[in-house]
Design a protein around this ligand. Structure first.
Ligand code: PMP
Length: 410
């Protein structure tokens, strides 16, 4: 694939994704579930395959050729990701994904610091991965959780959010992009306000990193979490970026091999920097794949990907608005290509099940965001989420399928 920004051959890009040529129930697959997990291009699949065929060895421990190659692949994923996110590699902890990354901050940064009387601010639109770890911390420390609410378009009420940032607040943890509403939060401005008040910030970047250019240094947060499988990379890969001052002050969360300088029965001296948080054998093949995914996304250009997805979103939203009885949840001014919806008189799961018979993959359910469902007073929604490898023709075919299914359920 030879990507030239603005003149990208998106049909050629799509052809890089083997799974997209599949049929499901005798119909061409329309994969509109990329917010759940992204599909993988041939280059990523080949990198994982190549690792096991040619380089398979453990990292760091071996001096033999394969061991150095495996270590080189693993470490090059770190440096590629660091460049992609505009951060330093020695501030990037490689881990299994956002869930692990947030738990690492919860156990290693928050648990030793927070105490009764402290507060953590979250938002209404958080994924459970950015709620439950904080509830566990709150239970164990006596800290309380406060919630920033959203307006009718699914945007954060910034005045209310800032009014919550009182001196007891030690941490503000929020998502960059909502996995349900698509809302893009103004994280730079929010982090600036938090910083003025001495509040540490954690951004859940799961749904941002795959879809727009990222400059973590410019955001000005303290922690930023990403997950590789939504970035066209393998499952079980991800990273936590943390300011070096935090990393240096954080005790290890999980102990074992690879994270030490010296172990004696009297005590252990831990490794410096990210390695202190990378105990045990990592997902080396996965990170070889994630390195290839970062190369792939970088070659396409994140601004180019964002523009493509915004064009798809615009067509998709216009088309959905023509479907009688369809309600869209989340119409933020700055929005990623995620559309949650319901159709009057139809259950979300019935819609998704019938759409599956038409070859269409969407998600139905609570999207790991119960508090958001409670806010809207619904148990579930349908969610269609697009990526750069989707097409305008798929959008038209989706709307035709939805119209057919709606009639069956009406
Ligand atoms: N946060 C958000 C906003 C998400 O969309 C997801 C994945 N659905 C996660 C966190 C959790 O990511 P992972 O399961 O890959 O750790």
């Amino acid at each position: 694939m030879n990507a030239v920004p603005n003149s990208t051959d998106w049909a050629a890009v799509r052809a890089d994704f083997p799974v997209l040529t599949r049929e499901v129930h005798g119909k061409p697959l329309i994969y509109f579930d990329s917010a759940n997990t992204g599909q993988k291009p041939e280059a990523v699949i080949a990198a994982v395959d190549d690792f096991y065929r040619r380089h398979n060895a453990n990292v760091s421990r071996a001096v033999h050729a394969l061991g150095s190659e495996a270590t080189e692949l693993y470490e090059s994923a770190r440096s590629k990701l660091a460049r992609f996110l505009n951060v330093r590699g020695d501030e990037l902890v490689l881990c299994s994904g956002t869930t692990f990354a947030i738990n690492l901050v919860a156990y290693s940064w928050a648990l030793p610091r927070l105490k009764a009387g402290d507060a953590i601010v979250l938002t209404r639109m958080e994924h459970h991965a950015n709620i439950v770890p904080w509830q566990l911390v709150a239970q164990r420390t006596g800290a309380v959780i406060k919630v920033a609410e959203i307006d009718e378009r699914g945007q954060l009420d910034l005045d209310q959010l800032y009014s919550l940032l009182t001196p007891e607040v030690k941490l503000l943890a929020l998502t960059h992009v909502s996995n349900v509403l698509g809302t893009v939060n103004p994280v730079r401005e929010i982090c600036r306000e938090a910083r003025k008040r001495g509040i540490v910030t954690l951004i859940d970047g799961s749904q941002a990193a795959p879809h727009r250019p990222l400059d973590i240094a410019a955001i000005g947060c303290d922690f930023y979490a990403i997950t590789g499988h939504k970035m066209s990379g393998p499952t079980g890969t991800g990273a936590l970026w943390a300011r070096r001052e935090h990393l240096d002050a954080m005790p290890p969360f999980i102990g074992g091999g690879e994270m030490i300088k010296e172990v004696r029965f009297e005590g252990t001296v831990f490794a410096d920097g990210p390695r202190r948080f990378e105990a045990g054998t990592p997902n080396i093949a996965g990170f070889a794949g994630l390195g290839a995914a970062v190369d792939y996304l970088s070659a396409l250009g994140m601004a180019n990907i964002e523009a493509r997805e915004q064009a798809l979103l615009s067509r998709f939203t216009d088309a959905l608005k023509q479907v009688p009885g369809l309600r869209i949840f989340g119409e933020a001014a700055d929005k990623a290509a995620v559309v949650s919806f319901l159709i009057e008189g139809a259950h979300a799961h019935d819609l998704a099940t019938l759409l599956d018979l038409e070859g269409v993959a969407i998600r139905s359910g609570h999207h790991c965001a119960h508090p958001l469902m409670q806010h809207f007073g619904v148990p579930a929604t349908c969610r269609a989420s697009l990526a750069y490898y989707n097409t305008f023709e798929e959008i038209d075919a989706f709307v035709t399928a939805l119209t057919k299914v709606r009639k069956l359920l009406a």
